[in-house]
Write a protein that binds this ligand. Sequence first.
Ligand SMILES: *Cc1c(COP(=O)(O)O)cnc(C)c1O
Length: 365
Amino acid sequence: MDQQVVRPVPRPGVLAIDPYVPGKAKATGGHKLHKLSSNETPLGASPKAIEAYRSISNLEFYPDPAATALREAIADVYGLNASRIIAGNGSDEILSLLAYAYLGEGDEAIFTEHGFLVYKIAILAAGATPVVAPEKDRTTDVDAILERVTEKTKMVFLANPNNPTGTYIPFSEVRRLHAGLPKTCVLVLDAAYAEYVRRNDYEAGIELVGSSENVVMTRTFSKVYGLPALRVGWGYAPDHIIDALHRIRGPFNMNAAAIAAGAAAVRDQAFVEAAIDHNEKWLPWVSEELTKLGLEVTPSVGNFILIHFPDVDGKRAADADAYLLERGCVLRQVAGYGFPNALRMSIGTEEANHDVVAALREFLK
Ligand SMILES: *Cc1c(COP(=O)(O)O)cnc(C)c1O
């Protein structure tokens, strides 16, 4: 007798997904905890956002299905048309909606060698085929992407700056990429760390979205705005793409607390400036101190750095990770991103940054 169990089977692609591994939240030692594993801001959220969150009442009513207060606040602050903004339960939701709307079996979507892993998950979940373009010096290589475009390519995901490398490409390169793509291919510009970038040749993509039919920019409130717990993200896209995404999203994809807190956070730009100033001060400090210890640090324009370990005498990334965890410093292993011997560290408070540098100095002795 055939004992095989007959049961439901997911669509092709679903079981090919390696589940996303989030950053650890707990240290192993009894020491004070510095959570530097998910690129969160050490300054917390704007007090105005926290107040807006606490003001939520009438939990028996559904939230505004259009997240109007949030979209209008974003539109005001960034000078955009609110009708071309879609809000999401984190920008991860926008990335998934894009994949579900434009990708299916037989389609291909491209992302880069060390690109954000949510892209691969979204592509496979939609039943399409992920195509990886190699990077150059841990940085997006536009030619490598363009070389991989076929008539099956329906989407290109580009994190600029990228996580976990912290590197970026100038906007002239993004324009060159866009110019080389078929008009039927969606270019997704994931600008999760845009606020932190202080470079004249950088742009998040607002103008390119406005002047083309196939570019989407995604943004998040999880990083500089300090609201990852509430899951607030948004996309800016041409009307026809916004229309497609609205058709497939959950009708109440944004909860009332996220809408209110997000709207208050985006209007408190002074708070954002303080977070950027903090990063401007500590990103170079941590990078230099670790370099002085003999570690290689990939130059970053975000609020995190990629630290590479020497492969001698057990001075490997996994050993450093365990050593730091014992001392209350939680960093991120990034083997899944093609860096088996590196750790990613979010820039923390002054105390956290000093503690990591001191611990790594000890570790390397
Ligand atoms: C953190 C991050 C996001 C944001 O994800 P949310 O779902 O908005 O929290 C998106 N893209 C990249 C590259 C990130 O690092």
